[in-house]
Design a protein around this ligand. Structure first.
Ligand code: SF4
Ligand code: FES
Length: 165
């Protein structure tokens, strides 16, 4: 007899793990799209403000105004956020597809940036992610994510050299 749980229970687990990724985020809603922002994971890469300054404007309140562009444009710029601080849900449209194959980028003096079908063990539980910046200096107070403690401490961790072997 199979020990595998029924498929709908697997789907429910997956949905719970996807919800975990936005569990600390604040939601900003406009017709057609909802944007989630987790301040604790934002590393100020500024892809959002460069990509759609009319939507992501730190000089305005609220600083995210998704109604100032189309839902698809907002989703496209949210996908650029390397840290996973930003997520979106389209009212009519697919959820974000994980990048394949998984991409790993070592940021000099900073985190490891990942893009792919990620399953991350966080203190609050297992989360399903598509983008994340993980700490590699052990100074973060938001484990396992980078919280810019590396930058504040001036820690140095170079990207691995290609002729290192
Ligand atoms: S792109 Fe992401 S990490 Fe960068 S400033 Fe925007 S929300 Fe923060
Ligand atoms: S790498 Fe940024 S806090 Fe550790």
């Amino acid at each position: 007899m199979s020990q595998k749980p029924p498929a709908d229970s697997e789907d429910a687990d997956r949905e719970d793990e996807e919800e975990m990724a936005i569990s600390h985020a604040r939601a900003y809603t406009a017709p057609g799209v909802r944007v989630f922002y987790d301040r604790g994971r934002c590393l100020h890469f500024a892809e959002c403000v460069r990509g759609l300054p009319e939507v992501f404007d730190v000089g305005k309140r609220p600083w995210i105004q998704p109604g100032k562009a189309s839902a698809e444009q907002v989703a496209e710029v949210v996908r650029r956020c390397p840290s996973g601080a930003l997520h979106y849900r389209l009212e009519e449209g697919p959820s974000e597809e994980p990048e394949q194959p998984t991409r790993v980028e070592f940021v000099s003096n900073g985190p490891i940036n990942l893009r792919g079908d990620l399953s991350i063990d966080a203190p609050a539980g297992r989360m399903r992610e598509v983008r994340a910046s993980l700490c590699r200096c052990a100074r973060t107070e938001n484990e396992p994510f980078c919280d810019n403690a590396c930058r504040r401490a001036g820690s140095t961790s170079e990207a691995p050299s290609r002729d290192n072997d």
